[in-house]
Design a protein around this ligand. Structure first.
Ligand SMILES: [Zn+2]
Length: 76
């Protein structure tokens, strides 16, 4: 099982468990992931702020799913 901290487009954070990273991808694509606070289905993996203050990492993508799949639900 994999534990992810997820974030909706409204900025709410919540946690969920998945059998694997592909299980997460399948549920995300199917729209089965919803924010428990506002019901938003635009869910992405939250960035676990690695280290603050290093401007040299400015080239990082906006969210973790962009880095992994190129199928970010937020990349309109
Ligand atoms: Zn929300």
């Amino acid at each position: 099982m994999i534990h992810y901290t997820l974030r909706c487009s409204q900025g709410h954070h919540f946690d969920d468990w998945f059998a694997s990273s592909s299980d997460y991808d399948a549920k995300a694509e199917a729209g089965e992931l919803k924010c428990p606070e506002c019901g938003d289905a635009k869910i992405g993996k939250a960035i676990m702020a690695p280290s603050v203050g290093s401007a040299s990492t400015a080239a990082e993508p906006a969210c973790a799913c962009c880095a992994q799949e190129g199928s970010c639900p937020w990349a309109a």
